[in-house]
Design a protein around this ligand. Structure first.
Ligand SMILES: *Cc1c(COP(=O)(O)O)cnc(C)c1O
Length: 421
């Protein structure tokens, strides 16, 4: 099973002083646990699948300092440049000055703050659904929703490239899992056609696929699920703020109203968190039953305050979305001019994969780009299917054309220097 999980690491960086990489067999008294883990780490290293972190200091903006070195960021999900917007930061600061940092409890005990409530209401209004529920992360939202809505005897019909948290939530629900090849409408159709009428089924899909940047055929999925009496659950974390005339995401672009819409605050809103929108009944049910929400400390109210400001900016400054799309088209046109193989798509999104295939080569390319001053994530299995390792380039409204052109030149040259063996 392969999931389009967000990969937090990029190229492996040298271990900082004082933190040597663990070596199998090192030291005299290895615990039974370490003895079990170390060979697995060795195996990951041998297969070029070992992951490590780079450390950012200062602003998480386009121009950033990574492991002490300045570079241009082309791997963030900060599509509108709001993560470093001073107004968003100011909203968070104000909330902290007024109320402190911690929420002190779960939302059902002491943690639910007026800022949380205001964000939920403003977001629901923006997205055009009756209610919304704020989770501490998108992952928690996906896990909580799927486990609450589905159980043994039910059926999940899901795209194979769905985000890892959708896969994990569906598996944890113990519903029967029918995995559909990527974007294969016929696959959904035949899965739905074979359902016994008494069984509850949900079609679960990313709106914008996080590692490929293509979008689901939501109108067709809505039609199929409705005809089968099933529910449609869409994770549009990468569509919010990016697609649609008003930035409401793939649901707006494709004019679809899923039964459950999951969005994230950590991508275009530049904050952190997950938010679920739907009917009054859905949200009341999740409040009773979504364990990842019920048993988790509510997020800091300052995060909700910041997200409210991000949402306000998203609504009132459509020029950011226009700039983002101009940047995406600049990248696509420039890539074509330089003969770079990027997938042809009817709808352009800020997620642009450059397919590489080989796991070792993709990391070598990522390192080479970093050496040239560009931070681009190399994405490997299990985040993407075996043999489809890729550079995942993400564009932002905060990029300038000159920076995009420079990236394209570096990409072209790096691919030539590190040609396939
Ligand atoms: C990032 C992401 C999530 C998880 O959101 P977090 O808030 O980072 O936990 C869920 N779904 C998709 C498609 C994502 O890309």
């Amino acid at each position: 099973m392969v999931g389009g999980a967000e990969e937090s690491d990029c190229a492996p960086s040298p271990a900082p002083a004082g933190h040597p990489l663990p070596q199998a067999g090192e030291g005299k008294k290895q615990s039974p646990l370490d003895a079990r883990l170390a060979p697995q780490l060795d195996s990951l290293r041998e297969r070029s699948l070992y992951r490590s972190r780079r450390t950012v200091s200062g602003h998480h903006a386009v121009q950033m300092v990574v492991d002490g070195k300045p570079c241009l960021n082309f791997c963030a999900n900060d599509y509108l440049g709001l993560a470093t917007d001073p107004r968003v930061a100011e909203a968070a600061k104000r909330a902290i000055s007024n109320g402190g940092v911690g929420s002190t409890g779960s939302a059902l005990i002491s943690g639910y703050d007026a800022e949380h409530r205001a964000f939920e209401e403003e977001y629901a209004d923006f997205i055009g659904r009756p209610r919304a529920l704020l989770f501490s992360t998108g992952t928690a939202a996906n896990m909580g929703v799927l486990k609450a809505l589905l159980g043994r005897g039910d059926v999940v019909i899901a795209d194979e490239l769905n985000h890892a948290s959708l896969i994990d939530g569906a598996r944890a629900s113990q519903a029967e899992y029918l995995r559909v090849p990527h974007a294969d409408l016929a696959g959904y159709e035949s899965a739905l056609a074979t359902l016994e009428p008494s069984r509850f089924a949900a079609v679960v899909t990313d709106g914008v696929f996080s590692m490929d940047g293509d979008i689901a055929d939501l109108p067709s999925l809505a039609r199929l699920t409705r005809a089968a009496g099933a529910a449609l659950i869409v994770d549009d974390v990468h569509g919010l703020g990016v697609l649609g005339e008003r930035g409401r995401g793939s649901i707006e672009l494709l004019d679809t109203e899923p039964d459950v819409l999951i969005n994230g605050l950590g991508k275009a809103l530049g904050c952190a968190g997950g938010i679920v929108a739907g009917s009054e009944t859905l949200i009341e049910f999740l409040i009773q039953r979504a364990r990842s929400w019920i048993f988790s400390t509510a997020p800091p109210p300052a995060i909700a305050a910041a997200a409210r400001e991000s949402l306000r900016i998203l609504r009132t400054e459509p020029e950011r979305r226009a700039k983002l799309l101009a940047n995406v088209h600049r990248f696509i046109a420039g890539a074509r001019e330089r003969g770079l193989a990027i997938p042809e798509r009817p709808v352009a999104t800020p997620i642009q994969p450059v397919m590489v295939g080989d796991d070792a080569r993709v990391m070598a390319l990522s390192n080479e780009l970093m050496r040239r001053g560009f931070w681009v994530a190399g994405i490997r299995p299990p985040t993407v299917p075996r043999g489809t390792a890729r550079l995942r380039i993400t564009l932002s409204a905060a990029h300038e054309f000159g920076q995009i052109d420079a990236l394209l030149d570096a990409l072209h040259d790096s691919l030539a220097v590190l040609a396939p063996a």
